[in-house]
Every structure is written in structure tokens, then in C-alpha cells.
Design a binder for this molecule. Structure first.
Ligand SMILES: Cc1[nH+]cc(COP(=O)(O)O)c(CN[C@@H](CCC(=O)O)C(=O)O)c1O
Length: 307
């Protein structure tokens, strides 16, 4: 259960958490036309708090809306400021931020017509997405029987609500079969991403990640590619197959919620030594230093705020 905060920003106003409701004939509830973001704020050593790559997340929210032909009736700056305001209003020094813009109630039927686009921003404390042990020991993964979206069926550069039915089906299957997460292949059978994360593998010293085809253009993925290259690693964006993953030295998922989560097993093949490898651990450490303001080289990624 989500730990409640006091208020949710709803179309420009802070409303009490339990009063942030919509009508059951809200178009997005029936047809999935909504766009959202997952953003984290971290407590920094100097006592301030910082939102990680807030500008990029807000830009992606508006890009997602553009792809879905939705007009969010606020400027990017207004949403940027509203996110900070909501963190401060709820006195959240560290936690998760969920902006969502969605097609509201009005006409029913597939065509959204001139139904209003509504926007909410909720914030709440959220620890390790896949469990505290996962960050340290790694997780067990199964290749999903569900393919990731065909790039001309669903728009995967949009973080669209409706895209996540595919993710939910894959996640439920993996959990029901006793695994922690699902690995999703694209319609051609190449490795795509997980239900809510991007994927990296390390083999013979080279760090490899899926090219931007069937996957969400992850901000954590982008940050880790920069961090890894700044640390002198070779990083390539290249298609790879499940069996190349099986024989990788290391592998990990990444995302705002998942942060950097090592993969210790895929389809009952132990990856490397079956625990977080040295490159994974190095990148995980550097990622947490960057998001918590402990590495001044990445201060431009942080929007600091005080409560
Ligand atoms: C499909 C997918 N792929 C990759 C990513 C990583 O993107 P980024 O956060 O920009 O690095 C996410 C974020 N998943 C968000 C939602 C998770 C949820 O369960 O809801 C998140 O990590 O907040 C995805 O949902």
C-alpha cells in the first residue's frame, strides 16, 4: 500500500490525498490515454534534498503527451514548480514523485474528442523497488512469454499508461512463476527491457545496453551511460539476444524506481558468479553518489530544495 502524503496537486491546487478523485467514466480509465513520470528525490549529505534530473523528466512527460496528441494545459515550468511545491507541501525530504496527465471524463467512445486533459502530482516515500535485498544480492529473472510492444503498435518512447498492460501481464507471469522480474524480448526476439526498467549487460569488459527501439528512453539508462563513460568504461548500444545475456559476466536493470538492481540469474542460468559483479557494484555506488549530491561533477543533474 502506498504510504499516504497529505496533499496531491490536482490541476493547479493542492487537494487532500483522499479527495483526489475522478469520475468512473474518466476516458483514461477505459482507454489508457494518460502519460506519467516516475521521479525520485533524495536526501543529500549537506541536509538539503535533491530531485534527480527533474528537467529531463518534465520534458519527457510533455514529449509523451505530444506523441499521444494530448495537450497538457500547463507549461513545463509550471509542472516543474508544482513538483517542488508538492514535495515541500508534504515535507518529503526523500521519496518518489508521480506526475500523471490523463484524458478526463466527457465523451465516451474511443475518440477522446475535446475531453479535458487533467494532471495530478503525487509524492510518497518509496524504498527499494524490488526489495532491499535486491539492490545488494540481485534478482532472479525469467524471459517473459509476452513480447515487448511492436514499435508501430504502441509508442514506447511515450511513458503511456496503456503501455503498462503489457508490463503488468509480464510481471504477474514472472511473479506467479516464482521470479522477481520479467525480461521482455522485442517482436524480433532481441532483448528489449523489463516491465519497468532498462537493462545493461557486461561481457569481456564492455557494457552493452539495448538501442532506443522498443524501449523507454530511460533517464537512469542515460545517466549510467554517461557515468560509465566518464569512469572510462566502453559502453555500446547494441541489440543482443537472451543467450548472450546467459553467458554475460554481469547484468543489471536500471530505472528511477529500481535504481541499479543486479541480475543474478536469467531463466535458471546463473549470471557471472550469481551476485552483483564488480562493474555493476561500481556503477551502483557512483549512481548513488551522483543522486545524493556526493559527486559535484553531476550537480547539474540535481534540483535542490529545502523543506
Ligand atoms: C518500461 C520502462 N522502461 C524503463 C524505465 C526506466 O526509465 P527511467 O526511470 O527514466 O530511468 C521505466 C521506468 N519505470 C518507472 C515506473 C515504475 C512503476 O512500477 O510504476 C520508474 O522507474 O519510476 C519503465 O517503466
Amino acid at each position: 500500500m502506498v504510504q499516504k502524503s497529505e496533499t496531491i496537486w490536482f490541476d493547479g491546487k493542492q487537494v487532500p490525498w483522499d479527495e483526489a478523485n475522478v469520475h468512473v467514466l474518466t476516458h483514461a480509465l477505459h482507454y489508457g490515454v494518460g502519460v506519467f513520470e516516475g521521479i525520485r528525490a533524495y536526501r543529500c549529505a549537506d541536509g538539503s534534498s535533491a530531485v534527480f534530473r527533474l528537467r529531463e523528466h518534465v520534458q519527457r512527460l510533455f514529449s509523451s503527451a505530444k506523441i499521444l496528441r494530448m495537450e497538457i494545459p500547463f507549461t513545463e515550468d509550471a509542472i516543474f514548480d508544482a513538483i517542488v511545491e508538492t514535495l515541500q507541501r508534504n515535507r518529503l525530504a526523500e521519496g518518489y514523485i508521480r506526475p500523471l496527465s490523463f484524458v478526463g471524463a466527457g465523451a465516451m467512445g474511443v475518440y477522446p474528442g475535446d475531453n479535458p486533459v487533467q494532471t495530478i502530482i503525487a509524492v510518497w516515500p518509496w524504498g527499494a523497488y524490488l526489495g532491499a535485498e535486491a539492490l545488494e544480492k540481485g534478482i532472479r529473472v525469467k524471459t517473459s512469454s509476452f513480447a515487448r510492444h511492436h514499435v508501430n503498435a504502441m509508442m514506447t518512447k511515450a511513458k503511456a499508461s496503456g503501455n503498462y498492460v503489457n508490463s503488468v501481464l509480464a510481471k504477474m507471469e514472472a511473479k506467479a512463476d516464482g521470479y522477481d522480474e520479467a525480461l521482455m524480448l522485442d517482436v524480433s526476439g532481441f532483448v528489449s527491457e523489463a516491465t519497468g526498467e532498462n537493462i545493461f549487460m557486461v561481457r569481456n569488459g564492455v557494457i552493452k545496453t539495448t538501442p532506443l527501439t522498443s524501449i523507454l528512453d530511460g533517464i537512469t539508462r542515460n545517466s549510467l551511460m554517461t557515468l560509465a563513460r566518464d569512469l572510462g568504461y566502453e559502453v555500446v548500444e547494441q541489440q543482443f539476444t537472451r543467450d548472450e545475456l546467459y553467458v554475460a559476466d554481469e547484468a543489471f536493470f536500471c530505472g528511477t524506481a529500481a535504481e541499479v538492481t543486479p541480475i543474478r540469474e536469467v531463466d535458471r542460468r546463473v549470471i557471472g558468479k550469481g551476485s552483483a559483479g564488480p562493474v555493476t557494484k561500481h556503477l551502483q555506488q557512483e549512481y548513488f553518489k551522483a543522486v545524493k549530491g556526493d559527486n559535484p561533477s553531476y550537480d547539474h543533474w540535481l534540483h535542490r530544495y529545502a523543506l
